[in-house]
Design a protein around this ligand. Structure first.
Ligand code: C2E
Ligand code: CA
Length: 432
């Protein structure tokens, strides 16, 4: 049923709609937010002008709220000068706050009613379901309490206090957003070049996942990858990465000869038997004789069941795929089984490379890793090379390949294609 004056839903219908949407929250694991919006000191308007003017203010105010409401949301008048806006299917609290800020921003312009210019203020209380409450009356109460406490503190927007529970559900927030991001193609791959210190030429690139969220901007993989690993999203994401790196690299120039493309494989996936299948499928689909696929895995991937993981890695190698140990030096590699590791490359963790010039124990470690690689006939890559001196030192130590901001930052695929075209070998004096 409609409210007669403003033609939005009335209080009774509001409760029914809210109840229905809350069921949907539980069924589909989505989120909704309830905004309760009060026009401040509305009685004063009625007293200062007259009731018909008060009614016109309510109508104009309703119009303004309708501008913020999306098609799927619900707007209702639930008291004389109190409105409710149900925002369905939202991602997080920031989303709801943004809607509240939009409402307040529109109020900066006075309403023109007849010859009068009437400036009004509003206070908004926000709550989220299921975060703050999961029942209609409780949720409404949370928004109303938030509204009152905002008003008491002379603020315009209020939300229930952040508790430990909120913190947990922040993870849930991202989990949900990761799902949406994957479906709506918010992920992309950036490529960071690797350069040979023997020839000064590019030898390949590492693919690094990027998430450009439409409201939060770039979210670091260090934040969302561990969550995607826990939630199970990492498997379809990794499958997408494998296909994308092979598809992309099939467009790379042949000017530099054979190149490699490295993809990061999370530890959980190593022991999954179908990893081999989806690597094999991706290779078959994008068959490319100019590019070698390198899988970067961290040491931790191998400790759980070394025998089984070795077997899986060997199968990969038999398909022509190379295996690289990422962040080498930070894990628990036991020298006892190092000799039997089915790997082709060691990547020295960047934490050792950053302070190479100033920290003598890092220097010893890096030297050790490089020697180890030489003895076992492995390629050795230093990542995180940020300056010329570090590069020279690595070269003198016998490091084969470098990657880092000194050469280039990770860049979108199109940019990387141009970079490959235009790169002029490293100047000889850098690797005498
Ligand atoms: P990682 O595999 O050790 O990747 C190297 C990180 O160092 C990247 O950060 C890269 O941008 C950064 N980096 C490279 N050169 C420099 C440098 O000279 N200076 C500094 N300060 N940083 C440098 P990013 O892209 O933020 O990735 C962070 C981590 O997230 C990665 O560490 C990797 O563990 C994970 N990650 C990134 N992309 C993927 C992916 O596609 N799949 C999986 N499973 N994990 C990924
Ligand atoms: Ca890596």
């Amino acid at each position: 049923m409609e409210d007669k004056l403003t033609r939005v839903y009335d209080r009774e219908t509001f409760f029914k709609l809210l109840a229905r949407q809350i069921i949907s929250v539980h069924d589909h694991k989505v989120k909704l937010s309830l905004l309760v919006i009060d026009i401040n000191r509305f009685n004063r308007i009625n007293k200062l002008y007259d009731y018909p003017t008060g009614d016109l203010v309510l109508k104009k105010f309703t119009k303004l709220l309708s501008n913020v409401k999306r098609e799927q949301d619900y707007l209702a008048r639930i008291g004389d000068n109190r409105f409710a806006l149900i925002l369905v299917n939202i991602m997080n609290a920031g989303h709801a706050k943004l809607a509240a800020q939009k409402i307040l921003r529109q109020l900066e312009v006075a309403f023109e009613i007849g010859s009068e210019k009437i400036l009004i203020e509003a206070t908004i209380g926000i709550s989220l379901c299921p975060l703050h409450a999961s029942k209609t009356t409780a949720l409404l109460k949370e928004s109303e309490i938030a509204l009152e406490s905002a008003r008491k503190n002379k603020q315009f927007i209020g939300m229930p206090e952040i508790s430990k529970e909120d913190h947990l559900s922040d993870t849930w927030d991202i989990e949900l957003a990761i799902d949406e991001a994957f479906q709506t193609q918010q992920f992309s791959l950036y490529y960071q070049p690797k350069i040979s210190l023997k020839t000064g030429k590019p030898v390949g690139a590492e693919a690094l996942l990027r998430w450009n969220h439409h409201m939060r901007g770039f979210i670091s993989p260090d934040i969302f990858i561990p969550i995607a690993e826990k939630s199970g999203h990492i498997k379809p994401i990794t499958s997408w990465i494998l296909n994308s790196v092979l598809r992309h690299s099939s467009k790379w120039t042949r000017k530099w000869g054979r190149l490699s493309v490295s993809a990061n494989i999370p530890p959980e996936l190593i022991l999954q038997l179908d990893l081999k299948d989806f690597v094999a499928n991706a290779i078959k689909l994008w068959s490319n004789d100019n590019v070698t696929l390198i899988l970067e895995i961290i040491e931790r991937s191998l400790v759980e069941d070394p025998e089984k993981s070795f077997e899986i890695l060997k199968q990969m190698q038999s398909m022509g795929v190379k295996i690289s140990i990422d962040d080498f030096g930070t894990g628990y590699s036991s020298l006892a089984y190092f000799k039997s590791l089915p790997i082709n490359e060691l990547k020295i963790d960047q934490s050792f490379v950053f302070d190479l010039l100033t920290d003598s124990s890092n220097e010893k470690l890096v030297r050790l890793i490089i020697d180890l690689a030489h003895n076992f006939d492995l390629e050795v890559v230093a990542e995180g090379v940020q300056d010329r001196q570090t590069l020279m030192m690595l070269k003198n130590m016998g490091c084969h390949i470098v990657q880092g901001y000194f050469i280039a930052k990770p860049m979108p695929h199109e940019e990387f294609i141009n970079w490959l075209e235009n790169f002029k070998e490293l100047p000889k004096e850098l690797y005498p």
